[in-house]
Design a protein around this ligand. Structure first.
Ligand code: ATP
Ligand code: ATP
Ligand code: MG
Ligand code: MG
Lengths: 231, 231
């Protein structure tokens, strides 16, 4: 369960000052499948980075499963990221000198809950890559993959540990419609069958239709918050 | 005018071998606005890299304005890229320690046709950034910009010299629909008013509708080639 209260984020690097989030308050229930939409620059990635404990708000609170994230230490935040959240970044963020198979296994290496042996890591990684249609690409490095294939490696990496929550920042931006639908079916299945909370940013109405709820940001604020009765 | 004849591209790095283009033959007339579509991994970026003289085909010919590109020296290829083509890459490819304003000016620094003074470069760069809605972001570096803003800096950079041809690989993948339409209006205006040839890759039918012609790739081959009568 996510609760944010009057969340503000101001980027201030001396030269540049941007008020990217201006008082965002909302709840996301466990097991929700939420789409976040809004114009370019409206604060979506900023919001996702705070939800994912990758960045801190300037003011306001963020409660994750009842615990105040703003009070946590760096180690506690790292543990949340590694144990609870699967993250798909807007820019993929794959390791460049590393194969698809190794990139996908990274969350298993960081796992504190249990240790994964190398044979098991390989099997889980292959399954995850198969599920996103990349069976022929295990040993390719990112620069040997198309844009949409890199995006799918990032998705497979987010899914591999069956995390409690998936945060996906524009996961289908580089994919054709058929592959996008396959990815959304994966997210929807994990949500409905395993109760995984999914929050995804998208610019596409077709993708947003898979969600139970659509939150629209504009200029750092929540403009609309609509329940979708027929996802 | 672009003419390609039985273009093949095989990526072979020892470990990995992929036949990405399998005999692509087609003409693109001067002043055409062409959309290239197709599934993820079908060869679109590979084709665009060859058109843009950034990569060589494994076999087959590529004639640009009647000259055989496959026979050109590295210097001749660099000149074509700098003088004739504005390129929007799928991954933006911005310089990271460099402001939006400086990133956009790069093609002017490489220009051989004429020299641009620093004051003129600044003015042209500001105009280009204004045209894509980034007037408030001149001094931001890429990591201080949203995904869609980075994409728009890349677009502004491709437009700044009014090149003879624009090659744009998924230029609206990170943009909301309204901003996407604004960008497509820019491309369409440059095409219709200045006669600039535009070849763009897209996964979106709404974007493809702006083109005069849609070429669909599949498994490295041309599957469809349709004239659009109402762009
Ligand atoms: N440097 C490389 N080495 C090996 N294989 C490569 C390399 N670059 C691309 N490929 C492969 O060639 C095929 C075509 O890639 P390309 O990038 O042209 O696809 P695309 O149509 O642009 O896809 P997308 O829509 O996902 O961007 C893919 O299967 C990809 O894995
Ligand atoms: N590190 C930073 N420093 C300064 N400004 C920033 C920084 N990161 C983002 N911004 C600014 O904050 C605003 C919100 O950025 P954000 O990345 O959240 O937008 P977004 O909604 O994800 O956009 P897009 O749809 O284009 O990805 C933008 O105007 C951007 O220029
Ligand atoms: Mg973003
Ligand atoms: Mg591509």
């Amino acid at each position: 369960v996510i609760e944010v209260n009057k969340l503000n984020k101001i980027y201030d690097s001396g030269e540049v000052k941007v008020h990217a989030l201006r008082g965002v308050s909302l709840f996301i229930e466990k097991g929700d499948l939420v789409a976040i939409m809004g114009p370019s620059g409206s604060g979506k990635s900023t919001f996702m980075n705070i939800l994912g404990c990758l960045d801190k708000s300037t003011s306001g609170e963020y409660f994750l499963d009842g615990k105040n994230v703003s009070n946590m230490t760096k180690d506690e935040l790292a543990d949340i990221r590694n144990d609870l959240i699967g993250f798909v970044f807007q820019g993929f963020n794959l390791l460049s000198r590393t194969s698809a198979l190794e990139n996908v296994q990274l969350p298993l290496l960081y796992s504190r809950a249990r240790a994964y042996h190398s044979k098991e890591r390989d099997e889980l990684a292959k399954k995850a890559l198969d599920s996103v249609g990349l069976s022929g690409r295990y040993n390719h490095q990112p620069n040997q993959l198309s844009g949409g294939q890199q995006q799918r490696v990032a998705i497979a990496r987010a899914l591999i540990k069956n995390p409690a929550m998936i945060l996906a920042d524009e996961p289908t931006g580089n994919l054709d419609s058929r592959t996008s639908v396959e990815i959304m079916n994966i997210f929807q299945t994990m949500n409905r069958r395993n109760g995984i909370t999914v929050v995804l940013v998208t610019h596409s109405d077709e993708i947003a239709r898979f969600a139970d709820r659509v939150i629209v940001l504009r200029d750092g604020k929540v403009k609309e918050d609509i329940r979708n009765d027929n996802p």
